[in-house]
Write a protein of this length. Structure first.
Length: 499
RNA sequence: GGGGGCAUAGCUCAGUCGGUAGAGCAGCGCCCUUUUAAGGCGCGGGUCGAAGGUUCGAGUCCUUCUGCCCUCACCA
């Protein structure tokens, strides 16, 4: 299958593209000259960033990369190579490589082609560390031109559709994805150091469970039955705890068939972990430690510049209950309003407008109220705790106040980054809570959860106290790299096909 | 789904009041042994996102469509 190319690109009629024609002709001439345009390997001894640090006079270095710029003269050429580590200049002299080989540089090489250079390190008279080629190896012919060397590629659509060009031309893009990789690696190693075991749970499921969201549906041909893509790994990871794992985690690709905007993707990565014998308060303490360690490892500081503000991740983050927060921000004490109607009146009395307020239940009213009056103000990392119980069907009921859950969310810059709770491990309460959800669902609430007998069966075999935790990796990554759109931390975001 | 914006050469962008589509880089040819946005001389390259309309004449004005971005709504 060919790459997705914009309509105005000449992919549809490649033959009339002057660049492609010229390069195909060079490809032929390379072969005629006895040069393999696509050789199988190259013995590289050094990445470019490392080679730049070598002393002048270092001999016999072998570097390789893509030619990004070329300053070709009659008998001497300077080329800039690029590999994953960065860029470096190399030089090729006709006197060193011979007339025939030099002709390859002069006549058959294009920007974008791959080259291996075997030579010696020196510094040019303009102060540029350079590898002078004793000989070189042609390592790959490109048929299309790269974007312009100075401005690179900036069209957002092209960057998303042809991310390889964005990665090649914009170092910030490459650095961002390298950072995402390091973030995941650091998280994994911290969890492993803490005794967590990485597991894998099903992506294809016969029931989409573990969160309130609309799933993607598919069809299993051999079993002739509907299949759902997972919306969360939660109930499976808790089955692992039933089975005797004490600490598990999974980097779980999840899929939700809902609206897309800069902070929601239909295809995203959640990190979830579950720890036996912890409660949500243990988990808050661990969350602080985990995130602070990650940030120190990635940036060497706990103060990040996010959307024009300096956000300090240091110290102990405030823990604020839903009730306290809403009371402070709009004067409404949610505990003083036991029913949805009473709460609705109080909200109206404060002159606060909420969309569809008349059809929301008490829990959703509280949630919407929080999102309207409190969440946008939360810039520095803050733990919001004690969510309404009916918004948390899998979370443990608080022992002192049965209307709230032992739950917290970490909010930074108005984004919910972590969601965690003491898990509900009482199978009787769980059954009741899922029955309530299932009633909501049959009443038309598409996001309500379904009854999940298989999960209840597992629960009835016994669960220890558990605290579970989930982080949107894409969101966290976008947050710490200061990207307003989640697509900027996903290599190949879903795009509608052109044509 | 509502509102706003964008789409011109491979890339980055100009294009005035509606009057023969331009530049830089890239490409092609020639010259060039210390360049680094290399330089010099010369030459090509366009379905102006698509379709329709207004007009003597449309890149430009109008309508519809497609894709992308922002925003509101929905959505953890």
């Amino acid at each position: 299958m060919g790459p997705l190319i914009r309509r105005r690109d000449s992919m549809s009629t490649p033959d009339d593209n002057e660049y492609r024609q010229a390069r195909l002709a060079k490809l032929e001439r390379l072969r005629e000259a006895g040069v393999n345009p696509y050789p199988e390997r190259y013995e590289r001894t050094c990445m470019l960033a490392r080679a730049r640090e070598l002393d002048d006079g270092t001999e016999g270095v072998r570097v390789a990369g893509r030619v990004m710029t070329a300053r070709v003269m009659g008998k001497l050429s300077f080329l800039t190579l690029q590999d994953q580590s960065g860029r470096m200049q190399v030089s090729v002299r006709q006197d060193d490589v011979g007339k025939e080989d030099y002709k390859v540089i002069k006549k058959l090489l294009d920007i974008g082609d791959f080259l291996g250079i075997h030579g010696d390190v020196y510094t040019t008279r303009t102060g540029e560390k350079t590898v002078a080629a004793r000989d070189f190896t042609f390592l790959g012919k490109t048929l299309r031109p790269l974007p312009e060397k100075w401005h690179g590629i900036s069209d957002k659509e092209s960057c998303y559709r042809q991310r390889y060009l964005d990665l090649l031309m914009n170092r910030e893009t490459m650095d961002r994805f390298l950072l995402r990789s390091r973030l995941i690696r650091t998280m994994r190693s911290l969890l492993e150091a803490e005794g967590f075991i990485e597991v894998e749970t099903p992506v294809l499921q016969t029931k989409a469970s573990g969160a309130a969201a609309r799933p993607f549906k598919s069809h299993h041909n051999a079993l002739d039955m509907p299949i759902y893509l997972r919306i969360a790994p939660e109930t499976w990871l808790k089955r692992c705890i039933v089975g005797g794992f004490d600490k598990v985690f999974e980097f779980a690709r999840c899929f939700r068939n809902e609206g897309m905007d800069p902070s929601h993707l239909q295809d995203f990565t959640m990190l979830e972990y579950y720890c036996a014998y912890w409660n949500y308060e243990d988990n808050m303490a661990f969350t602080e430690k985990l995130i602070q360690t990650v940030l120190r490892d990635l940036f060497g500081t706990l103060e990040l510049e996010i959307q024009g503000e300096t956000i300090d991740f240091g110290g102990t983050w405030p823990r604020v209950t839903f009730r306290e927060m809403i009371l402070e921000d709009c004067g409404i004490d949610i505990d003083a309003h036991e029913t949805a109607d009473a709460l609705r009146e109080a909200i109206l009395a404060q002159g606060i407008q909420l969309e569809d307020a008349d059809r929301l239940g008490r829990g959703n009213l509280i949630d919407h109220l929080y999102k309207a009056v409190s969440r946008p103000k939360l810039k520095a990392p803050t733990f919001i705790t004690k969510h309404p119980i009916d918004l948390s069907p899998l979370a443990r009921r608080n022992d002192d106040n049965p209307r709230v859950a032992d739950r917290f969310q970490l909010v930074v810059n108005g984004w919910e980054v972590v969601n965690a709770y003491s898990e509900l491990v009482d199978p009787i309460d769980q059954r009741r809570r899922l029955e309530e959800q299932s009633q909501l669902k049959s009443g038309g609430d598409e996001e309500a959860m379904e009854m999940d007998e298989d999960y209840l069966l597992a629960m009835e075999h016994g669960m220890p106290p558990i605290s579970g935790w989930g982080m949107g990796i894409d969101r966290f990554c976008a947050l710490i790299t200061n990207q307003p759109n989640l697509r900027d931390v996903v290599l190949f975001p879903l795009m509608k096909p052109v044509e």
